[in-house]
Design a protein around this ligand. Structure first.
Ligand code: M6R
Length: 615
């Protein structure tokens, strides 16, 4: 995901573009850039990192004054996040300048053709290829920017939202869209462009949402031309009136980023699975693993290292790898691993899990393991992050930017990757038959729908939250695959509501924590298990007989737990190994609602940061 912004009008464009980029930072924040036509040429400024860094670089610049400009905030897909790969990208003549959100799938074929025509490239981006294709067409066909963009896009395959300016035509911005979002705000002799409406909401309420396959030539003091990309037919745009406040739009109608991200999980799961699961061919494609599968089959030892929520997904992976693939796995806190002089051999594999890819403890741990010859497999969300770069190979989770400090969608998508790895290895080792392999694929392919169904329980979970919001302590219990979910539920409650909470394996309760049980101590029990179901029922009885209150998460059709629990959250049934994807959802929602009822700063809880880059 990237964010694009543009302005054409009577005001200074740079402050409007910068402000717009800040609003779109949620879409990506690994690098950013702006370009402004300053009366003689297009001047630009780019910077690796967040918009605040770009702003600092801009303080030293003087030639970016003008009434027409474009900007971009990037979440890297093609090429590492750095100044060269940041947008805007320029054509070889430096006349045409482009910002792009999306992926041009056939960029490499186009690049080869342009290389033969004498074009050269500085970046690794598909965007630089597209801007040069536009220039090539413009010169070859002797057309203006609008026609050149249209002709170039007719050769491109993929998804895009683009905005282009040309110093030969300094009173125009050409925008086009296919797949990625783009809207145009219409003011009084001025036009605003954004990936969403947040960059211009304070300037105009009139907005045109460009449709897929449409292009617009926005001209100073003239009417905008809207037409189809595939032919020259004109399109009459619908002007919508915005009624929503800025705050709501940034969070897409959700009160907090955390809630938005909880509800984004079905989509995030689908994005993580995209291109990796081929049901008809019976295939799991993980490019970071496919070429090194023998390493995984012959390794001495797999150790998974991570921190916080990512450590919980590592614990679930331990169950997945051992139960499904019969591969022994150790799970370590990154911060402990490096200081206990771990025994690491050349034939070892380290799987490092990190949403941000920047967690200092995890980064230091993998550097240590690498120095001792281990193979590092990174499971990261942020493309081009330090851990991703330090890894020998790996898989991105593709959950999209996670802004809420409490990790939610990153967690579920990490589990997706780890599940795919375990099932793939199991088949490669011949542990499971083709038929069972297929069953695992079928189950994971429909998990997004089960998560969606679980999210529909939001209102009833909110009612339960109301009953327990004044608790001082909470106990979370689970077994097997759901023991790490108990830990994760407790962490979510702690970090955003500041209520003390502990997660335990259900059977461990009788070895100490049961002493805490009284009428004021609620226990959240994950009781979806098929294995050990009777034992969990006994654990619940033990708590009830000490006057403890029970909130139970059960599978649809449950009979026994329902009879004894005080509150029941009934979730879709599934095979044991994928229950964590479902059972974590009510726990995320429960902690979210409790935190909101306690008036906590849900997205930025005290003392925490999204990415912990210090030891
Ligand atoms: O970016 P990482 O996944 O490496 O971050 C690890 C932890 O800092 C992170 O999971 C933290 O525990 C979250 N705030 C939990 O919600």
């Amino acid at each position: 995901m990237c964010g694009i912004v543009g302005y054409l009008g009577v005001k200074e464009s740079l402050p409007i573009i910068l402000n717009g980029l800040k609003r779109l930072e949620y879409r990506g924040y690994d690098s950013a850039g702006v370009a402004v036509f300053n009366g003689s040429n297009i001047a630009s400024c780019k910077s690796k990192g967040k918009i605040s860094k770009l702003e600092k670089s801009l303080n030293k610049r003087k030639n970016l004054n003008g009434n027409i400009g474009i900007g971009h905030t990037r979440w890297a897909t093609h090429g590492a996040p750095n100044n060269i790969n940041a947008h805007p990208q320029f054509s070889n003549s430096n006349k045409i300048c482009l910002v792009h959100n999306g992926i041009i799938e056939n960029y490499s074929t186009i690049k080869q053709k342009l290389l033969k025509e004498g074009f050269s490239f500085k970046s690794e981006t598909d965007t630089e290829v597209l801007v040069n294709l536009i220039e090539y067409v413009k010169i070859k066909e002797n057309v203006k920017l609008g026609e050149a963009v249209q002709m170039a896009l007719n050769q491109a395959i993929g998804a895009y939202a683009i905005a282009a300016i040309d110093s030969d035509k300094p009173d125009e911005i050409v925008v086009a869209k296919l797949g990625s979002p783009l809207c145009i705000g219409i003011g009084n002799n001025e036009y605003y462009i954004g990936s969403d409406v947040t960059p211009f909401i304070e300037f105009t309420k009139d907005v045109v949402y460009l449709k897929d396959g449409e292009l617009a030539i926005i001209r100073s003091h003239k009417e905008t031309i809207f037409r189809k990309i595939s032919d020259d037919s004109l399109v009459s745009p619908t002007i919508n009136k915005l009624e929503i406040s800025l705050d709501k739009i940034e969070k897409q109608g959700f009160d907090h980023y955390m809630l938005k991200e909880i509800f984004e999980q079905p989509k995030a799961i689908k994005d993580t699975l995209r291109g990796r699961l081929n049901l008809s061919k019976g295939l799991i494609k993980l490019s970071g693993m496919d070429d090194f599968i023998n390493k995984f089959l012959t390794t001495n030892k797999i150790t998974i290292i991570a921190c916080g929520t990512s450590w919980h997904s590592a614990l679930i992976a331990e169950y997945m790898f051992e139960k499904i693939a019969k591969i022994s796995v150790e799970v370590e806190y990154a911060s402990e691993f490096r200081y206990r002089d771990p025994i690491i051999n050349k034939n070892d594999i380290i799987i490092a899990i990190s949403q941000s890819g920047e967690t200092a403890d995890t980064l230091a741990a993998i550097k240590l393991a690498k120095s001792k010859g281990a193979y590092i497999y990174g499971v990261c969300n942020v493309v081009g992050s330090s851990i991703a770069r330090e890894s020998n190979s790996g898989s991105y989770t593709h959950a999209g930017p996670e802004i809420g400090v409490a990790s939610t969608k990153a967690f579920t998508t990490q589990m997706i990757i780890l599940y795919l790895m375990a099932v793939k290895l199991s088949r490669a080792k011949g542990i499971i038959s083709e038929k069972i392999f297929h069953k695992y694929l079928i189950e994971i392919s429909s998990i997004d729908k089960k998560v969606l169904k679980t999210l529909a329980l939001n209102n009833s979970i909110k009612k339960i939250a109301k009953k327990f919001k004044s608790s001082k302590n909470c106990l979370y219990l689970g077994r097997g695959y759901n023991f790490p979910i108990a830990l994760e539920g407790a962490l979510k409650l702690k970090e955003i509501s500041y209520i003390h909470a502990e997660g335990y394996p259900a059977a461990e309760m009788k070895h100490g924590p049961i002493a805490l049980i009284d009428k004021d101590m609620p226990t959240i029990v994950i009781a979806t298990n098929k294995i050990n179901y009777d034992k969990i029922v006994s654990n619940i009885q033990e708590i009830k007989s000490r006057k403890g209150k029970i909130i139970a998460i059960v599978s649809e059709g449950d009979i026994e737990v329902k009879k004894i629990a005080d509150f029941v959250i009934e979730v879709p049934d599934s095979i044991e190994s994928i229950t964590p994807f479902i059972t974590v959802i009510p726990l995320q929602l429960l902690s979210y609602h409790i935190a909101v009822m306690l008036d906590r700063d849900v997205d930025q809880p005290r003392n925490l940061a999204k990415s912990v880059t210090v030891e």
